[in-house]
Write a protein that binds this ligand. Structure first.
Ligand code: GDP
Length: 172
């Protein structure tokens, strides 16, 4: 089955976005205590596997737990699977952080197809969001067509991201 992977730092708004993408089809847990889950959740969305990777980099967990997450995520990508798309979430209010950069570098190195979804766009003005998109594109070396400005709270950019996912999962 086509596979779409969603990843991002913990608290980036991953559960909320997944719920939006899934609509009423299934529910991902929102705002569980950060750092409490280091499991991979799978959702079957009309024959497309949506893979919810654990949020990385929760500040308050120890080195050992962080390593366990990193291993879990790397281990997932190391399996012999074909990914249609990886959706990498970055909080629109913050410059991409070290872990965001590492994730993007990892995806580029593996030549995996990915897009960036900037989350929580409702927290800044539309003008600022457009500027941030351009800056992040330059900063991370990602095409602006592969960056989506989203807000789970307002529903911004959800249809566009869904359309991209459909497009990239069509041919299989
Ligand atoms: P996760 O840890 O990445 O799964 O993030 P959650 O989806 O649980 O969201 C973390 C926090 O950010 C919660 O308090 C959410 O209510 C909030 N949040 C998530 N998405 C949005 C959004 O689009 N806009 C706003 N304003 N808050 C959001």
């Amino acid at each position: 089955a086509p596979e779409v992977v969603v990843c991002g730092r913990s608290n980036v708004g991953k559960s909320s976005l997944i719920n939006k993408l899934l609509g009423r089809k299934a529910l991902a847990k929102v705002s569980q205590k950060p750092g409490k889950t280091a499991t991979i959740n799978f959702y079957d969305v009309d024959g497309v596997y949506l893979v919810d990777l654990p949020g990385y980099g929760f500040a308050k967990v120890g080195q050992a737990e962080r390593k366990r997450w990193a291993d879990l995520i790397a281990g997932y990508f190391d399996q012999d699977r074909s990914f249609n798309l990886v959706v990498c979430l970055v909080d629109i209010r913050h410059e991409p952080q070290k872990l965001d950069r590492e994730m993007v570098a990892f995806l580029k190195e593996r030549e995996l197809p990915f897009v960036i979804a900037l989350t929580k766009a409702d927290k800044i003005s539309a003008q600022k969001a457009r500027n941030t998109k351009l800056r992040v594109a330059e900063d991370l070396g990602v095409d602006t067509d592969d960056i989506y400005v989203t807000s789970s709270a307002k529903g911004t950019g959800i249809r566009e991201l869904q359309a991209r996912i459909s497009e990239d999962t069509l041919e299989e």
